[in-house]
Design a protein around this ligand. Sequence first.
Ligand code: AMP
Length: 190
Amino acid sequence: MINLVLFGPPGAGKGTQAIYLAQTFNLVHLSTGDLLRQEIAAKTDLGRIADEIISKGELVPDSIVISMIEAKLKSPKTTVGFIFDGFPRTVNQAHALDQLLRKHHSKVSVMLCLEVDKKELIDRLLKRGLTSGRCDDANEATIENRINVYNEKTAPLIHYYESQGKYHPIHGIGEIEEIAARLKETVENL
Ligand code: AMP
């Protein structure tokens, strides 16, 4: 099995590139952001809780996102592997993912980290906010908070994967196809 963790700050292009990587390597794409937005759209109790947290730019509790991923990994679909997009976002989530994959006799193969500077991230997210309809893209204060939360709670995962020799930084600026080619090459060279 090949399990990719697609990593990077908000606005780095994880969603776009995850779809491409999933198609290229025939992987199942799991995005906790998408799963949470589905709950919000379906107006479930979980969706109501998530909506409030997401609109502030904070992280949804680990227990919620870990359960979501656990449920997806349990479903009997056979696959050559998964691409995790926006998960894990805390060290606790990374430990949980390792445990869940171990149950399936598997592990994280590589962590691909899209690197984009802060100014470009803010520009991209404000632009996306004009059409995405996402409340968390709507104003600069929320975007700033998401980047701060990333730096404080999510960026420490770089060290977590680096210490396992799995961290691969990828230059995340340029044409979408160019970045996709960089990612593809890195995975092919594994
Ligand atoms: P994304 O679509 O990955 O940018 O996620 C949108 C929002 O959903 C994030 O800003 C968080 O509030 C929440 N979220 C998504 N994935 C996670 C996660 N793994 N842990 C905690 N919160 C998450």
